[in-house]
Ligand binder design. Structure first.
Ligand SMILES: Nc1nc2c(ncn2[C@@H]2O[C@H](COP(=O)(O)OP(=O)(O)OP(=O)(O)O)[C@@H](O)[C@H]2O)c(=O)[nH]1
Ligand SMILES: [Mg+2]
Length: 154
């Protein structure tokens, strides 16, 4: 039986927690050390959504500007984007990335990570419909991301 597969591009500034997030999904553990992604990492996450197994192919794209020349290739045929930002840091870079991705006419889920560092983050600063706060450190909200993605794609 074939399993429904979605390509998800996970983007955002360097150090916002993209790779820590996929690592936590796969291991249920928080990774404290930072090692920059070199280009892109591919992770496969399978989740039961509404009684059906869905395979999410997560393209974890480097935030480092040196790899920006490659990103149009990574983004080809994405079913959705996760634009991740750090709720404890300024939002300038997030706003630039969100603006660029929103031109693509593909569903976007905005994920504010590191809620443990700033639990009172003011969400009215994020002017988009589909947004969610998580903490990869305390492993909170991680599965909700996939439920929301599945809703956005269908
Ligand atoms: N306090 C806290 N720290 C976090 C959280 N998520 C990630 N971090 C830390 O933030 C750093 C982020 O590292 P990565 O996940 O590798 O960052 P990235 O977004 O993949 O960065 P690039 O690969 O360079 O684009 C690591 O030191 C993590 O331990 C979180 O929810 N809370
Ligand atoms: Mg990374």
């Amino acid at each position: 039986m074939s399993i429904e597969t979605f390509k998800i591009c996970l983007v955002g500034d360097a150090r916002v927690g993209k790779t820590t997030f996929t690592h936590a999904l796969l291991s249920n553990k928080f990774k404290q050390t930072y090692s920059p992604t070199l280009g892109v990492d591919l992770d496969v996450i399978i989740r039961d959504i509404g009684g059906e197994k869905i395979r999410f192919n997560i393209w974890d794209c480097a935030g480092d500007k040196n790899f920006q020349g490659l990103k149009d290739g990574y983004y080809l045929k994405a079913n959705a984007f996760i634009v991740m930002f750090d709720v404890s840091k300024p939002l300038d870079e997030f706003k630039k990335i969100y603006k660029e991705i929103s031109k693509k006419n593909v569903p976007i889920l905005v994920v504010g990570n590191k809620i443990d560092l700033n639990p009172t983050f003011d969400w009215s600063k994020i002017e988009c419909k589909d947004k969610i706060g998580i903490s990869t450190k305390s492993l909170s909200g991680l599965n909700v991301v996939f439920e929301r993605l599945a809703q956005l794609i269908e």
